[in-house]
Design a binder for this molecule. Structure first.
Ligand SMILES: [Zn+2]
Length: 151
């Protein structure tokens, strides 16, 4: 557990950088970011897909900001000595689970119990690392614990 905090901080820094880059991307007006040729021969489809890309990026950005918020929460909990402790039953969270979901606040048993109250996706936990790897960004962000509900 001793390097957990530096791991959390490293994730946080990575995430902040990616968010800043994404924000810069989204600031560029569409006409400047599209290929110069399309200025003369403008296919509506190109503009459409550009818009689509941006919407996707905006969605991704939202997800990343949520993730950043969760990392901050995790850091706060760490400082209070509550990191890695299940917020429901108070037991230590399984180290493997923490590896995968840096900011989870529930042990596997409690997470399962919680999710039994919901209609759930097939995967045990939703991670966004796949969605993050487009545009050459291979940052692996902490998994997003869909059922994390203590905030
Ligand atoms: Zn628990």
């Amino acid at each position: 557990m001793e390097n957990v905090k530096s791991k959390l901080l490293a994730k946080k820094r990575e995430l902040e950088q990616v968010i800043a880059r994404k924000k810069d991307d989204l600031m560029i007006p569409i006409t400047e970011s599209t290929d110069e040729l399309s200025m003369y021969d403008q296919h509506p489809a190109d503009v459409g897909s550009e818009l689509y890309e941006r919407e996707k990026d905006a969605g991704l950005l939202e997800m990343m900001e949520l993730e950043l918020q969760k990392l901050n929460d995790a850091l706060n909990r760490y400082d209070k000595g509550q990191y890695g402790i299940c917020s429901i039953c108070g037991d230590p969270i399984e180290p493997k689970r923490l590896e995968r979901l840096l900011n989870t606040t529930q042990c596997i048993q409690c997470a399962r119990k919680t999710r039994d109250n919901f209609t759930r996706p097939a995967e045990e936990d939703i991670t966004f690392s796949g969605a993050m790897s487009d545009r050459g960004e291979t940052l692996e962000i902490a998994g997003y614990d869909f059922y994390d509900s203590d905030n």
